[in-house]
Design a protein around this ligand. Structure first.
Ligand code: FES
Length: 163
């Protein structure tokens, strides 16, 4: 009987070690699963929100724009064109690959420094690779103040009539 007891003891020790190892493994797996589900819950409660840039800007009083002039507003990437009849706004973003165009008062035209597209003051393409005219942007008049909404495109003949 002593021989059986001698063999039995190391087997019990080995079994205990195996159980401890399995308990640690199970606890670790449970801990990882809990951590994962906690992180997913937190991500659900606080989703990564990206706030859009403001797209509506006041440009000034309607009468402050001199007839037959183009005013570049680099901060908003917009040109405001005042004609005898009214105002319209053009996006300064080139319709080729998105570079920012420049207005040249001497040539009374708009050009793109990247690949040489050229546009009229109406935004029409007169040269270079740009496939479309510059986008005309929505203008609004509120209490005598002109606002531009850079997120809204309007037709190429849209005009805000001002006195
Ligand atoms: S980005 Fe303007 S011409 Fe290419």
């Amino acid at each position: 009987m002593a021989l059986v007891d001698d063999l039995k003891e190391p087997l019990e020790v080995e079994e205990r070690e195996r159980r401890r190892f399995l308990a640690l493994l199970g606890g670790g797996a449970l801990g990882l699963a809990s951590l994962g589900s906690t992180l997913l819950t937190l991500r659900f409660l606080w989703p990564p929100v990206e706030y859009e840039e403001e797209s509506r800007f006041p440009l000034g009083r309607a009468e402050s724009f001199t007839p037959n002039t183009v005013v570049a507003i680099p901060t908003h990437r917009v040109y405001v064109v005042r004609t005898d009849e009214g105002l319209y706004a053009l996006s300064a973003v080139c319709t080729h690959l998105g570079c920012i165009t420049r207005y040249d008062p001497a040539k009374r035209g708009i050009s793109c420094p990247c690949h040489g597209s050229r546009f009229t003051e109406k935004g029409e393409v007169v040269g270079g690779p740009a496939p479309r005219p510059l986008h005309r942007l929505a203008l609004l008049l509120e209490d005598g103040v002109v606002w531009v909404d850079t997120s809204k495109r309007v037709s190429t003949d849209a005009l805000l009539r001002v006195a």
